[in-house]
Write a protein that binds this ligand. Sequence first.
Ligand SMILES: [Zn+2]
Length: 356
Amino acid sequence: MNTTKLGRTAKPSIYFITLLLGATLLSACALAPEYQPSTAASEPDNQVPSEASPGISEATVESEEPKSNATPPAIESSPESLPEPEVSLSFFGLPKPDVDYGVIDLCEEISKKLGSVSTQDCLNQHMYSNGGFSVLGRPIALREYPELPTREALGRVLLIGGIHGDEYSSVSIMFKWMEILNEFHTGVFHWNFVPVTNPDGLLREDSRRQNENGVDLNRNFPSADWNDSAESFWLDNTDSNERRYPGEQGGSEPEVAWLVDHIKNFQPDVIISVHAPYHLVDYDGPPEAPDQLGNLQLNRLGVYPGSLGNYAGVDLDKPIVTIELPYAGIMPSESQISEMWTDLVAWLIQERTKDR
Ligand SMILES: [Zn+2]
């Protein structure tokens, strides 16, 4: 998909909405083209993604197929898919691992998996890692849009994509929104993106929901109720569905442990987590949920033991918007991508300026 198209279509809507919002929403905060909303939804567990929407034009369709309804692979890891870490001697004669999945390698892998993200699109984001790695040693890459010296940001916002490896659109849309910010970041918020939280799940040959250890990362967060409820919920409510396996301990998985740490360090005021394919917005934590993001409507689904919504929204008392895109393997239209972003930013500004 031609990603430059997004920028072209996004601009007029950004300016238009900026003008509108500027008139109605805020005088305190100079509205910036940082505007374009999107939605979140939570994660109903046992549904199956729908087929492609007949209304979606070819240009908006990812080349990859939806995979969320694929037969889940076995839980055990598949060591044969991994290169054995070779050990060589460094200059100083110390053993040094020779396998280095850097962000460049990650981008190459992502571009092979996702039709709408080229290697260059990915490299253009200048992502970095700060010590977070997947089970297979892939970096959990970040992109930062910091506060600017010219204005005080209204808050810190953490956006998370790809917790579930078979929800391609939740990763691709992160890149689309980063492209919008690359052009329009004006410091209204301090943004932090984690577009691919479960790289091993995404990048295996048959992408799957769980990480390499067979754990559903969105059931592995160390929520207060994890010890009491995670296993029994899995046994009784999902019939031991391996796609919902919460792991042996809350926070046992490296991807989750890193994200817990990252939340502690970054101290987001709001968390946005993107999933697919349930076509809605879910919300946990204070204060008020967005009613609508693009064409996604608010539909609160409740929380699960070990879910990020439970951990961050209930335990940490942080507002968390869960966006459930309509399809796992098909991107929303470009106008929807930018409308969701506009609505999301408008809601963030409204929430963050309420008490000022
Ligand atoms: Zn999901």
